[in-house]
Design a protein. Structure first.
Length: 390
């Protein structure tokens, strides 16, 4: 029995000296900062629930860090199919939870509510890494490889899109772009695709601003209104730009040191901003901790992203490199979009800030990603065995 457990987790052959404890410490600090901010913005904040979430998250990191990612990739087809079916079930089954705005982003299974799109992000990263790894031996630099990679990505993305979750769909597509760029598929393929995609994107961006456009209609009209309000904020101060405008005022009021020591929480500007526990958690964090506090948090988030790409650079094999690139891209895109929205640099989209926003599904998904990164880092050095999967 002991030998079977060791064979599954591959405990003996790992290079434990490379176990990145500092990454775990950075993630833990971010979750503790999150807990403090949540205690300020949530009227019924449960310290016990948050402590359970962090403890469970650290346990998830520990488990996934000792499961060989090669073994995990063997089950990628099952993970991919299940996550895609769960994404479809949010809209196409009675298990989906309607938030009242025709937005079906959660599943309710036996009273346990979770967001399948968070699982889909990791599933797509693993699926693309396995796919590119297999195509590497055949013919990686071909349009067939490119279109198949797009198909792998777009199937779950389409189901996420019909949930009315445009932001998560964009994140997954951007992950595809980053992994394509690092896959070695070749500039000839990517350049040809860009020559077609860029003009189409410019046309669509122009088209959605026309009064008779047909892409955003009915219940999806609010997404277009957010884009148009961002492009033309005048006249939308009390409408689509109300939340972002108040977010900017709240962030600015934090000044250099923040208001944490002032004590009068009733005077906080972020009380006028919705969803401060999740999509807009950067707003109360900025007002309470000020510019210096924000800079500290940004340094911590930057460390996580840099470590992702360092893991990619030093990965034992091609597949590990692509997984680390995908995870690093996922973190970077979500951080960029979340902070960009709260500072009104981007249109309003609903994306959680990794390790800081409230929500178990997002936290556990991020912890899984960190665990996989740690496992990539403790793999034996290149050439120490012929374990590489093709």
């Amino acid at each position: 029995m002991r030998e079977k457990i060791q064979q599954w987790f591959q405990i003996k052959r790992y290079n434990w000296k490379n176990y990145d404890i500092s990454l775990v410490v950075v993630v833990l600090i971010l979750t503790l900062i999150s807990s403090f901010v949540l205690s300020l913005v949530q009227p019924h904040f449960s310290l016990i629930r948050q402590a359970f979430s962090i403890t469970a998250g650290l346990f998830i990191i520990a488990v996934f860090s000792i499961i060989d990612y090669h073994d995990l990739c063997l089950y990628t087809p099952v993970i991919y199919i299940l996550s895609t079916l769960m994404a479809a079930a949010t809209k196409l089954s009675p298990l989906g939870v309607n938030q009242g705005t025709n937005s079906f982003r959660w599943l309710n299974i036996g009273g346990f509510i979770f967001q399948p799109s968070e699982v889909c992000k990791l599933a797509v990263i693993l699926a693309l890494a396995v796919f590119f790894n297999r195509m590497r031996e055949k013919k990686l630099q071909s349009f067939r490889t490119f279109f198949l990679a797009c198909l792998i990505t777009l199937i779950p993305t389409a189901f996420i899109l019909i949930q009315s979750d445009l932001s998560s769909s964009i994140v997954i597509i951007m992950i595809l772009v980053m992994m394509l760029a690092c896959s070695g598929i070749g500039y000839r393929i990517l350049g040809s695709v860009a020559a077609v995609v860029v003009p189409v994107f410019v046309f669509l961006f122009w088209y959605i601003q026309q009064p008779n456009q047909k892409l955003f209609t009915g219940s999806r009209r609010y997404q277009l209104n957010r884009i148009l309000a961002w492009l033309h904020p005048e006249g939308h101060e009390l409408g689509a730009m109300y939340q972002q405008n108040n977010s900017v005022l709240s962030i600015a009021s934090g000044k250099l040191y923040g208001k944490l020591l002032e004590g009068d929480e009733a005077a906080r500007n972020y009380s006028l901003v919705d969803v401060t526990e999740s999509d807009f958690i950067w707003t109360p964090l900025s007002e309470e901790f000020g510019f210096i506090g924000c800079l500290f948090v940004l340094v911590l988030l930057s460390i996580v992203i840099i470590k992702c790409f360092l893991k990619a650079k030093n990965a034992r094999d091609y597949m590990g490199m692509l997984i680390a690139v995908g995870i690093g891209s996922m973190f970077f895109i979500q951080i960029f979009f979340n902070i960009g929205v709260t500072t009104s640099l981007l249109p309003n989209t609903g994306l959680p800030l990794p390790f800081l926003s409230y929500g178990m599904t997002s936290l556990f998904g991020n912890m899984m990603a960190v665990g996989i990164l740690l496992n990539i880092g403790i793999q034996p050095n290149r050439g120490s065995s012929n374990f590489e999967i093709h």
